[in-house]
Design a protein around this ligand. Structure first.
Ligand SMILES: *Cc1c(COP(=O)(O)O)cnc(C)c1O
Length: 444
């Protein structure tokens, strides 16, 4: 993975280590991303705005293709999806992982080849399955026993659908309890330990409409160490060997999911993608040789690590309040565009943009404008003491699980998404307006 190390930058450059690699300092406290000054974007497109660096997304896709030349790399669309994102990911040679008819149809109508798409979901709706079969999705990942007969019936007597089984390998990993999905005490997948996965495999093999291509697992998110992936991989290979022993078939595919951790603040640990690739490959070869299995084709599904570091959220300061010991800096967005701090206690490193702050740094809490005391974007961060209404604040690493989780709370409206690339900015997704809310609200 490319890390932004801008050696020509003045002191304090380390603070930009989590920003897109294209980030360059400008005079008077300005910053440009993708060759476009952030102040210019705020003036032209208003705030809050999400600034997505096309080059950074593409470079991250390429780093994955380089690290995993023999594997399928699927971008997990739920991190962030737009038509432009679909095109970039396709042009960079990745596949796509989706988990609803909405994500699937957006991708396919934007021109993504359906056979390179995998459909996930712990509770697939009739509409999800109808869209998957109608559009000819490449794989459906079975997540509960009841799906097996449902999908087989929907495929019809003459059809055949490729499926995988989502296995819970019993590995606990990830940045927060709410994003740990590798153990038996959460809703995803079929258990290895209670035999649920083995039972599902047996039933799928008994359905002529279904072609079992392999096993899938996704152990969690924001994982910064390789080890849990290796433990999971060993268990998955163990299950493949048992399937071969019982049914005489070698499954050709193994999907190890995503969850690759990134740094939200300078100095935080990052999953080393090159090390992950090397050690997964070695472990897979070793495990398969020991079990006498043909080596399956590996797939991975990074979401956060592709989109997260590629976007910056831009806010305007609306109010600054000094209460007792605390300084609250309130901006024009908040939990409706970024629920992650409230959900997972995530920490960010916001930065004043467009003027050099005067005076000593002070410790401030950046809050949103929503009617919840928990609407905190960044607690205990350093900002210039003279931070004031009208200032611009930028929050890096804003590309994943922010806009895709955005809500209509307080009818503030979801922000615009602006792509920057080689000195040009263009609107990808327009700001949600009162007209959008009114047009859906059709009763009286
Ligand atoms: C969420 C998810 C991913 C992507 O996770 P990241 O942490 O964004 O890399 C991949 N696969 C599945 C099945 C998921 O649910």
């Amino acid at each position: 993975m490319t890390i932004a190390v801008l050696s020509e930058m003045p002191s304090g450059a380390g603070e930009l280590s989590v920003w897109p690699a294209s980030t360059t300092p400008l005079p008077h406290g300005g910053l440009a991303v993708g060759g476009v000054p952030l102040t210019e974007i705020a003036d032209r497109f208003d705030t809050p705005a999400y600034v997505l660096d096309e080059g950074e997304v593409r470079e991250r896709c390429r780093s994955y293709r380089d690290a995993f030349p023999d594997a399928d790399v699927l971008y997990a669309a739920k991190a962030f999806l737009s038509r432009a994102m679909v095109r970039w990911v396709q042009e960079e040679g990745l596949g796509l992982d989706v988990c609803s008819a909405g994500e699937l149809e957006l991708a396919v109508t934007a021109g993504f080849p359906p056979e390179r798409i995998v459909l996930h979901g712990n509770a697939k709706s009739p509409r999800d399955l109808e869209a998957a079969l109608r559009l000819g999705v490449g794989r459906i990942v079975i997540d509960s026993p009841s799906e097996i007969a449902r999908i087989a019936a929907a495929v019809g007597p003459d059809g055949r659908q490729k499926v995988m089984v989502r296995v819970v390998p019993g590995v606990s990993a990830g940045g927060h309890d709410k994003i740990r999905t590798g153990t038996d005490d959460q809703k995803f997948g079929l258990s290895l330990t209670d035999g649920g996965a083995q039972h599902a495999v047996k039933r799928i093999l008994g359905q002529p409409q279904l072609e079992l291509t392999g096993l899938h697992c996704h152990i969690g998110s924001q994982i910064t160490e390789v080890k849990p992936y290796l433990v999971a991989l060993r268990r998955m290979v163990g299950l493949m060997a048992r399937i071969r022993d019982t049914y005489g078939i070698s499954l050709p595919e193994l999907d190890m999911g995503g969850g690759h951790g990134i740094a939200y603040r300078p100095g935080e640990p990052v999953l080393d993608i090159t090390a992950l690739a090397r050690r997964l490959r070695t472990e897979l070869a070793r495990g398969c040789a020991a079990a006498g299995l043909a080596v399956p084709r590996l797939a991975i599904e990074p979401g956060r690590a592709v989109a997260g570091p590629a976007a910056v959220a831009l806010y305007r300061v609306l109010a600054v309040k000094h209460t007792g010991e605390r300084v609250f800096v309130a901006v024009d967005g908040g939990m409706s565009d970024n629920p992650r701090p409230a959900l997972y206690g995530v920490r960010y490193a916001p930065r004043l943009i467009g003027r050099a702050g005067a005076g000593a740094p002070c410790t401030a809490t950046v809050v949103g404008r929503h009617c919840e005391a928990g609407d905190i974007l960044a607690a205990d961060v350093e900002l210039p003491e003279d931070v004031r209404p009208g200032d611009l604040l930028a929050v890096p690493v804003a590309g994943a699980y922010q806009l895709s989780m955005a809500s209509g709370y307080n009818l503030v409206g979801r922000p615009a998404v602006i792509a920057v690339h080689e000195g040009a900015a263009r609107l990808l997704v327009r700001r949600e307006t009162l007209e959008d809310f009114r047009s859906r609200d059709i009763g009286d």
